[in-house]
Ligand binder design. Structure first.
Ligand code: SAH
Length: 225
C-alpha cells in the first residue's frame, strides 16, 4: 500500500511517520508514505499556492492548479483507490472506515489549509471526503496523520502481535478491557487476581466480561450494531 499526502505545510507531517509503529511499517516495506509539498507544483513565481476568496471575506483558499498538477502526476504513475480530501464536513472516521481503507490499495490524502480548497477540486478530483471529528482544525495535516495511522496499524504484519489489533476497542463492537503490567502490587493497589492465575480460559472470560461491562457503560450504542 502507498499513501500520498498532499500539503502546503509538509513539515507538519515530519514527525508522525518517523517513529514507532508507523516508522517500522515503512521500514518493513508494508506501506510507503510520501508527502508532497504543494509549492513544488506552483507555477507562480512566488510559489504561491493560495489566493483570496472570490466574493471577499476573510481567509485564503488553496488554488486548483497546483492541486491538479500534483494529483495528475500521481495518477499517471499508479492507480489509486481513493483521492480523499480531509474535511470537517466529510464522512466521520470510525474503525469501520479505517478497516475498509486498510484492505484497499493506494490512497491520496489532500490536506486543506486556511479556508479550505477551491470547491472545483472537491467536485472534480476528490472521490471521498473524511472528517476526523466534529470540530475544526487549522489544517488537514493532523487529520491526515490520524487517518493514516488508523489505517496503517491494521495492515497485516504492521503490529508485531498480529492479533493485537483485533482485541482493540471497536473491533467486534466492544471497547477494550482494562490492562495492567508489573508490579502486581503498587502502594497497596493490586492487579486483579485472575490475571495472575495463569488460567487462560478464566482470563479470557474475565476480559470479555469487563469489555461488555465497559461497552454498556461507555458506548451502549455499539451493542445495538
Ligand atoms: N472553512 C472550512 C474549514 C477550514 S479548516 C469549513 O468551515 O469547513 C482548514 C482545513 O483543515 C480544511 O480544509 C481541512 O482540510 C482541515 N480540517 C479541519 N477540520 C477537520 C476535520 N475535523 N477533519 C479533517 N480535516 C479537517
Amino acid at each position: 500500500m502507498r499513501i500520498d499526502i498532499i500539503t502546503c505545510l509538509p513539515r507538519l507531517l515530519d514527525s508522525p511517520f518517523s517513529h514507532s509503529i508507523l516508522k517500522r511499517a515503512q521500514d518493513k516495506g508494508l506501506v510507503e508514505v510520501v508527502v508532497h509539498d504543494l509549492r513544488d507544483f506552483s507555477t507562480n513565481k512566488h510559489k504561491a499556492v493560495d489566493d483570496y476568496a472570490f466574493g471577499g471575506g476573510a481567509g485564503m483558499v488553496l488554488m486548483i492548479e497546483p492541486i491538479d498538477l500534483c494529483i495528475s502526476k500521481l495518477k499517471a504513475e499508479r492507480d489509486y483507490d481513493e483521492v480523499i480530501y480531509m474535511s470537517p464536513d466529510g464522512e466521520l472516521l470510525d474503525q469501520g472506515l479505517a478497516n475498509q481503507l486498510s484492505i484497499g490499495g493506494n490512497l491520496i490524502l489532500l490536506c486543506g489549509h486556511y479556508k479550505g480548497v477551491d470547491e472545483r477540486v472537491r467536485e472534480h478530483f476528490i472521490t471521498k471526503e473524511i472528517s476526523i471529528g466534529d470540530y475544526v482544525l487549522s489544517g488537514g495535516e493532523l487529520g491526515a496523520a490520524v487517518l493514516a495511522d488508523s489505517i496503517i496499524r491494521l495492515i497485516p504484519g504492521v503490529l508485531s502481535d498480529e492479533t493485537s489489533a483485533l482485541t482493540d476497542t471497536f473491533q467486534d463492537n466492544l471497547v477494550a478491557p482494562p490492562v495492567y503490567t508489573r508490579p502486581a502490587e503498587y502502594k497497596g493497589l493490586k492487579v486483579p487476581d485472575v490475571l495472575l492465575s495463569g488460567h487462560e480460559k478464566k482470563i479470557n472470560d474475565w476480559r470479555y466480561e469487563r469489555s461488555l461491562e465497559r461497552t454498556k457503560q461507555r458506548r451502549p450504542g455499539m451493542l445495538d450494531e
